[in-house]
Design a protein around this ligand. Structure first.
Ligand code: SF4
Length: 293
């Protein structure tokens, strides 16, 4: 829940005082860009505004994201395994549901050994109602065996090694590297990052894979890790897949997808949103040979 409620949507929010102060922010951000590169100025301005909005909100990812779900007191190998499991469960699953499933697993003692001791049907019962819990139960079992047999009971410390595990794709692997190993080797692009960076016009891409490449070209390395958390929370609270709360968004004055400007734009974005949701449902899977989970 937000620490401070964002003003509810109303036409009065587009009136002079807020617009004028936001215009000042926009101008300040633009003038602060020394490169003179408009692409660079655009994302820098938007990120600054999103950081300002995020400072006043608590999104589900802030309190129940995968970085919060492993036991901080567990020994390092077990902690890293728990991070991996949390991320494997997170695909197509709300943070609340994932956090509850992780709690049930931890109540049973979540380690490679305990997972291996569980028959798959029992594991399914613990994971339900996580999205695609039946397939995830099998993948987690298979992963526990691989880690025990080939990685001395630890998780791989490379993107390639992580991506070789069942159901783990680039987005998940990048987040595991960041959370479990403290190494940022790439931008983790999920549906929020993909949708918002396209809506804001930073990039024009059709898949999360293309978005990752485009964003890694656009953003400096110092932004690669924080951008995921920043945009996921923003996407959960404000720039949602359907009916984004543009009227309360500080980016609305310059966002090419804003619905806060004209009725025509609202209609256009509504149609576009339906299309986006459809794409997101397909792209949300970590695609390997077949969609996972
Ligand atoms: S689509 Fe709306 S909520 Fe999303 S960034 Fe643009 S103005 Fe903000």
């Amino acid at each position: 829940m937000p620490k401070r409620l964002i003003a509810t949507s109303s036409s009065s929010e587009c009136t002079s005082s807020s617009s004028s102060s936001e215009s000042k922010i926009v101008k300040a951000e633009n003038s602060g860009n020394s490169s003179g590169n408009s692409e660079n100025a655009t994302w820098r301005r938007d990120v600054a505004l999103i950081r300002k909005m995020r400072a006043d909100m608590v999104a589900p990812v802030d309190t129940m994201g995968c970085h919060k779900l492993a036991d901080p007191l567990a020994e390092p190998k077990i902690h890293r395994f728990q991070v991996l499991v949390a991320l494997m469960l997170s695909s197509q699953t709300r943070d609340e549901v994932n956090a509850a499933a992780m709690k049930r697993l931890k109540d049973h003692g979540l380690s490679i050994q305990t997972i291996r001791a569980f028959p798959v049907p029992d594991l399914e019962k613990i994971l339900c109602p996580v999205g695609f819990y039946k397939r995830k139960a099998v993948y987690i079992q298979q992963t526990a065996k691989i880690l025990e047999d080939s990685y001395s009971g630890d998780i791989p410390d490379t993107l390639d090694g992580l991506c070789s595990l069942p159901g783990v794709g680039p987005k998940m692997a990048n987040l595991v590297m960041q959370i479990a190993w403290g190494k940022c080797e790439g931008i983790a692009v999920d549906t929020h990052v993909h949708r918002i960076s396209n809506r804001l016009g930073w990039i024009k891409t059709t898949t999360p894979e293309k978005t990752q490449k485009a964003l890694e070209s656009l953003l400096p390395r110092s932004e690669w890790q924080p951008i995921n958390h920043l945009l996921v929370g923003f996407g959960q609270m404000l720039c949602q897949p359907v009916r984004p709360k543009c009227a309360t968004c500080l980016c609305r004055l310059t966002c090419p997808s804003s619905t806060a400007k004209t009725g025509e734009k609202v209609e256009k974005l509504t149609k576009k949103s339906r299309k986006t949701v459809k794409i997101e449902k397909e792209d949300a899977f970590e695609v390997k040979e077949e969609p996972d989970f």
